[in-house]
Write a protein that binds this ligand. Structure first.
Ligand code: PLP
Length: 394
């Protein structure tokens, strides 16, 4: 029996670790294993590896190495950025007002909600349009004398929309407000230079660009006051205590450089595959709608809502056919809830339950797109046939 090929279309959730990244990491597990804080030659080897990795990341971000803070994941980077900057502003008596959008990842939304619920902050959630896009003029209007932080993501995980981050950064700086962007989904695809983006805090996560899970980065503009979320030793310039995870940091730096070096060619390839996938799905699945911006979106990101199906059933049937995909709704619990991101974009709650996200990556081929286009319409039809209440869209 031949084994069915896995078609992995969930790169926004996580990516496989690049073989070159694994090779870069290997020596730091059992050959150079010293604690980077020590004074002997083993420790110095680890410290050199950290310095080198920091310089590599700083090169990609166009910042000073000391502005690069390594963390345990993207969620931690967002937490440190938002809670750290907000609490520092509160301690300095500068205000307690935060601005964000309704399409942020939980790592941002729940951190801001907690600041409001438990620490006396207030938030303004600016609207998004039907593509999930923030209008910078809404952000400008929301700024108050006591606004201390704006947090708007670079690219959305559910619908792929790329936000006008540089414009928001410019207006934040004009008004003297700290600007954080969650660039976790952008890391492998978009320009991360912090000066043109005008960001003060930028979060990345290794496992979205072919480094392992469990390592992240936070760019922190030099001199920005930040209350550490983890206290202990003086690691990471007193921003994040804890013995450094040298192999993972080395892996993240290698992966980021590799992804950024290949990105213009790879983005072209992925955009062409995505376009074919989107056009094929819209043409062959009746009633399917693209979610997110039609072109201001991540190159490998295709997302839809499909009437008359529930995402859980759809994902299960795709999985049985060898296709790994995902949706924006929390269907894993058995009590499906429409995604707040899709609701904020004005999508009908019932329709939002049929969300499908197909995110392409380095291993995705033309043949994979053909296979998905070949099986998806049949799966949708069989699911609709099993739910007689579905009235076909005319
Ligand atoms: N922010 C965004 C936009 C994400 O997509 C994710 C993960 O999916 C995160 C933050 C959290 O990153 P991590 O999985 O490294 O904690």
């Amino acid at each position: 029996m031949t084994e069915k090929r896995t078609i992995y279309l969930d790169h926004s959730a996580s990516t496989p670790v690049d073989e070159r990244v694994i090779q870069a990491m290997l020596p730091y597990f059992n050959r150079f294993y010293g604690n980077a804080s020590g004074l002997h030659h083993q420790a110095r080897a680890s410290a050199r590896a950290m310095d080198q990795a920091r310089r590599q990341v700083a090169g990609v971000l166009g910042c000073q190495p000391r502005e690069v803070v390594f963390t345990g994941c993207g969620t931690e980077s967002d937490n440190l950025a938002i809670r750290g900057a907000a609490l520092a502003a509160q301690l300095a008596g500068r205000g307690r007002h935060l601005i964000t959008s309704p399409v942020e990842h939980h790592a941002v939304r729940h951190t801001i909600d907690q600041l409001c619920h438990d620490f006396g902050f207030e938030q303004t959630v600016v609207p998004v349009d039907r593509y999930g896009m923030v209008d910078p003029s809404d952000v400008a209007r929301a700024i108050r004398p006591d606004t201390v932080l704006i947090s708007i993501m670079y690219a959305n995980n559910e619908v792929g929309t790329v936000q006008p981050v540089a414009e928001i950064g410019a207006l934040a700086h004009e008004r003297g407000v700290v600007f954080h962007t969650d660039a976790v989904q952008a890391g492998g695809f978009l320009d991360l230079k912090v000066e043109p983006l005008q960001v003060d805090l930028l979060a990345l996560s290794g496992h979205k660009f072919y480094a392992p899970k469990g390592v992240g980065v936070l760019f922190v503009r030099h001199g920005l006051p930040l209350v550490p979320q983890q206290t202990g030793g003086g690691h990471e310039f007193n921003r994040r205590a804890g013995t450094e995870n040298i192999p993972y940091v080395v892996g993240l730096a290698a992966a980021l450089e590799l992804a950024q070096a290949a990105r213009s060619e790879e983005n072209r390839r992925l955009s062409a595959l995505r376009e074919r996938l989107v056009e094929g799905v819209l043409a062959s699945v009746s009633g399917a709608q693209l979610t997110g911006h039609p072109w201001q979106r991540l190159p490998g990101h295709a997302s839809f809502v499909i009437p008359g199906v529930d995402a859980g059933g759809l994902l299960m049937h795709l999985d049985m056919a060898g296709v790994c995909a995902s949706s924006g709704s929390a269907c894993a619990t058995g009590m499906p809830e429409p995604s707040p991101v899709l609701l904020a974009m004005g999508i009908d709650p019932q329709l939002a339950l049929g969300a499908l996200r197909l995110t392409l990556g380095r291993g995705t081929t033309d043949a994979d797109v053909d296979t998905v286009l070949g099986i998806l319409p049949g799966i949708v039809e069989s699911l609709r046939a099993a739910v007689p209440v579905y009235a076909p869209v005319v």
